[in-house]
Design a protein around this ligand. Structure first.
Ligand SMILES: [Zn+2]
Length: 132
């Protein structure tokens, strides 16, 4: 009888030809999986390693990198040359409050070296900086 509630194989009760609860759950799972694989692909496409970072920091780093790609000057992203450290090819760009994107600007082209926490950044500085 149409409109009558029945018990589906999954054990849920409902109306219709199939269980809408399970169908919805299935769609939700697929969306989560897709979001996850999209994110993995974005990380993989990144010119610098981001896997070790918290997701929000990796997201921010990707935004900074995208801006640089579009031709935005690093100065506009609060990036600084490490001139006083004797490393004028090295540029440090803040990513969030506790991280930095380290780039190398040699012969006019920008290479991404790493994204590191503020602590790692300080450790690098005290141990002589980055080799370029
Ligand atoms: Zn079900």
């Amino acid at each position: 009888m149409a409109g009558r509630k029945k018990t589906f194989l999954c054990g849920h009760k409902g109306k219709g030809k199939y269980c809408h609860r399970c169908a919805q759950e299935e769609r939700r799972k697929e969306a989560t999986l897709k979001a996850k694989s999209d994110w993995v692909n974005r990380l993989r496409a990144s010119p610098v390693e981001l896997d070790h970072l918290p997701k929000e920091i990796a997201e921010k780093a990707l935004i900074v990198i995208a801006e640089l790609h579009k031709g935005k000057p690093y100065q506009d992203l609060r990036g600084k040359r490490m001139r006083t450290m004797g490393q004028r090819e090295i540029i440090s760009i803040p990513v969030g409050r506790r991280y930095r994107l380290i780039c190398c600007n040699k012969n006019g082209s920008l290479d991404y070296i790493e994204v590191i926490s503020h602590e790692d950044y300080n450790n690098r500085l005290t141990s002589g900086g980055w080799s370029v």
